[in-house]
Design a protein around this ligand. Structure first.
Ligand code: GDD
Ligand code: MN
Length: 236
């Protein structure tokens, strides 16, 4: 799909699966926080049985800058984000989850950094001031091991404290023309390993419990994470 570009525009990409209870509130919040910006909201849904796409569509009508894409069937988080990149027309992309675990209030700060010349801004749980509230011990261990594996196999992730964050902003030029693996949950790893950039910065945020609904990270996602790391470490 050809990518349109609009100068100065910010495209906020939100992958959704069963987020009907969160999406409308998030759209409303983004419209408040980004008031005065030239921005669009892109919701990429995968045929959520709870009707997320319909809810987002209805709710977005009031604003005129909300675009909802329903891909019809579950195809994964990374793949949804890549789809969003392809249909977005901004110069800057922001990627965030629909469940309020990624605080929308941080967006102006992230966009300021991009405006000042940073290529990728990562919302980070592991820099000073960041954190995680409400995770079980086992989920914490999984996260730490995931990061450790990334650092062992992917040297470009070594200077980054949270290279598996799902919350980030980047200039479109960083990813133009790069090939994504698309499997699994962690598209940021592809961007760090294959993207074209100079400056990366992390800004702290606290990852709290979901507003509503449940996490979609399961065994399949863990397996595809390992496959993704190997694909990036040993490209064909
Ligand atoms: N379109 C689509 N398709 N969206 C999906 C899919 C899918 O198959 N699976 C999950 N999503 C959406 C969810 O609806 C949510 O908006 C977002 O992707 C993240 O999914 P969660 O299930 O809430 O993931 P998590 O909270 O366990 O982990 C998230 O936060 C971590 C910390 O930043 C993810 O973003 C991780 O990648 C991230 O590391
Ligand atoms: Mn979540």
């Amino acid at each position: 799909m050809a990518t349109r570009v609009e100068e100065g525009r910010v495209s906020v990409i939100i992958p959704t699966y069963n987020e009907a209870e969160n999406i409308c509130k998030l759209i409303g919040e983004l419209e408040k926080v980004l008031k005065g910006y030239n921005f669009e909201v892109i919701v990429v849904d995968d045929g959520s049985p709870d009707g997320t796409a319909y809810v987002a569509e209805q709710c977005g009508k009031a604003y005129g800058n909300v675009y909802v894409y329903d891909r019809g069937a579950r195809r994964g988080l990374s793949s949804a984000v890549v789809y969003g990149f392809n249909v977005a027309c901004g110069e800057v992309y922001v990627v965030m989850d629909a469940d309020f675990q990624h605080p929308p209030q941080l967006l102006p700060q992230m966009l300021d950094k991009i405006a000042s010349g940073v290529d990728i801004v990562i919302g980070s749980r592991y820099v000073c001031g960041g954190g995680i509230v409400g995770w079980s011990f086992s989920r914490r261990v999984v996260s730490r091991v995931a990061i450790l594996l990334a650092k062992i196999f992917l040297p470009k992730t070594r200077g980054i404290r949270d290279p598996v964050s799902g919350f980030f902003a980047l200039k479109r030029s960083v990813i133009e023309g790069i090939e994504f693996t698309e499997r699994g949950f962690k598209i940021i790893l592809d961007i760090i390993v294959r993207g074209r950039y100079g400056r990366v910065e992390e800004i702290p945020y606290v990852f709290r419990g979901r507003a509503r609904g449940y996490s979609k990270l399961g065994v399949n996602e863990v397996i595809s994470y390992l496959a993704q790391i190997l694909t990036l470490a040993y490209p064909k």
